[in-house]
Design a protein around this ligand. Structure first.
Ligand SMILES: C[S@@+](CC[C@H](N)C(=O)[O-])C[C@H]1O[C@@H](n2cnc3c(N)ncnc32)[C@H](O)[C@@H]1O
Length: 265
C-alpha cells in the first residue's frame, strides 16, 4: 500500500456508494496500491492534444499552482474570476453543507475536491473521479500531505461512472466537460448519481460572438476541446430534469449551476 493511501474513514464511506463490481474491487488492497481506487482497465478515448497532456507526468506537477490559474485566466479574461472565486462559485452552486457526499468529476489532482472536503466536514465525503493516473497520483500525495481524511480518489470514466444511482448530494465538473469524448453521457451520469434535490455545478467552454461560427470546428480540432453553444449546457440540464438553472459567462467560459426537484426520481 502506498504512503499516500486515503484514510480508512474515506474508504469506508465510499464503499456503499459504489456499484456491484466496483464495490468488490474496492475491497481489494491491490486496487488502492497507487493511493487511489483504480477501476479502469483501459484509458478512455482521447479527444486530442489537451487531453493527452493530462496524462503526462509533468503537467500534474505544475497543474494546480501554475497551469490551471494561467490557462483559466486566459480563457476567463482579465476581469474574470480567479481561482479562489471559482471555488466560491462552485460552493455556492453546490450549496455544500456538513455531512454532504460531493462528487468532483474529472477532479485532476483534486484541487477542488480538497476544498469541497473542507466544506462537507469530517462527517462528509468528497469523492474525486478522473481518468488520468498521473493526475490522481499527484492528488493522492497532496491529500496525504494535507491530512484530508474525508477525500477518496477514483480512477474511472466520467461517461460510465462506477457509482450506484442517487448516491451523491452534489456533483461538480469544472474545466473538463469540453474534453470528454461524450460530454452528454457524462451529464447523464451526473444526473443518475444525484439524489433528489441534488445540485450540479459545471464550468466549461462557451462560444461567444468572437468565435465566428465557421471557425468553431477548426478551434475544436486543433485544441481537442469542444466549444459549446451558449444555451447547449443549460438546455441539456433542463432536458435532464434540472431546475433553478443559473449561468454566468466570463470570457470564453461559462459557469452553470442547477438543482434537481425534491421529488426527482
Ligand atoms: C483540466 S483538468 C480539470 C481538473 C479540475 N476539475 C479543475 O477544474 O482544475 C481535466 C481533467 O479531465 C480528465 N478527464 C478527461 N476525460 C475524462 C474522462 N472521460 N473521464 C474522467 N476524467 C477525464 C483529465 O484526466 C483531466 O484530469
Amino acid at each position: 500500500m502506498s504512503a499516500a493511501a486515503p484514510a480508512a474513514a474515506a474508504r469506508e464511506r465510499l464503499e456503499p456508494l459504489l456499484a456491484g463490481e466496483a464495490r468488490s474491487r474496492a475491497r481489494l488492497e491491490e486496487s488502492w496500491r497507487a493511493g487511489y481506487l483504480d477501476l479502469l482497465d483501459e484509458q478512455p478515448e482521447s479527444t486530442g492534444a489537451t487531453q493527452n497532456l493530462m496524462l503526462t507526468r509533468f503537467v500534474p506537477t505544475i497543474y494546480e499552482r501554475w497551469w490551471r490559474p494561467a490557462l483559466g485566466r486566459a480563457f476567463k479574461g482579465f476581469t474574470g474570476p480567479g481561482m479562489a472565486e471559482e471555488v466560491r462559485i462552485a460552493r455556492l452552486f453546490l450549496g455544500l453543507t456538513h455531512g454532504d457526499h460531493v462528487l468532483d468529476v474529472a477532479c485532476g489532482p483534486g484541487n477542488f475536491t480538497r476544498e469541497f472536503a473542507k466544506a462537507v466536514g469530517p462527517e462528509g465525503l468528497a469523492a474525486g473521479i478522473d481518468a488520468s493516473p498521473t493526475m490522481l497520483a499527484r492528488g493522492a500525495a497532496d491529500n496525504a500531505r494535507a491530512h484530508a481524511g474525508n477525500v477518496a480518489l477514483i480512477r474511472g470514466d466520467a461517461s460510465a461512472m462506477p457509482f450506484e444511482a442517487a448516491t451523491f448530494d452534489c456533483a461538480c465538473c469544472f474545466a473538463a466537460l469540453h474534453l470528454f469524448a461524450d460530454p452528454f453521457a457524462a451529464l447523464d451520469e451526473m444526473r443518475r448519481v444525484l439524489r433528489p434535490s441534488g445540485r450540479i455545478a459545471v464550468m466549461t467552454s462557451v462560444r461567444r460572438q468572437v468565435t465566428v461560427r465557421p471557425m468553431k470546428p477548426v478551434v475544436e480540432r486543433l485544441s481537442g476541446m469542444r466549444v459549446f453553444e451558449p444555451d447547449e449546457i443549460t438546455g441539456a440540464l433542463a432536458d435532464r430534469g434540472f431546475a433553478e438553472i443559473r449561468q454566468r459567462v466570463s470570457g470564453l467560459v461559462q459557469f452553470v449551476g442547477a438543482r434537481l426537484p425534491a421529488g426527482a426520481e
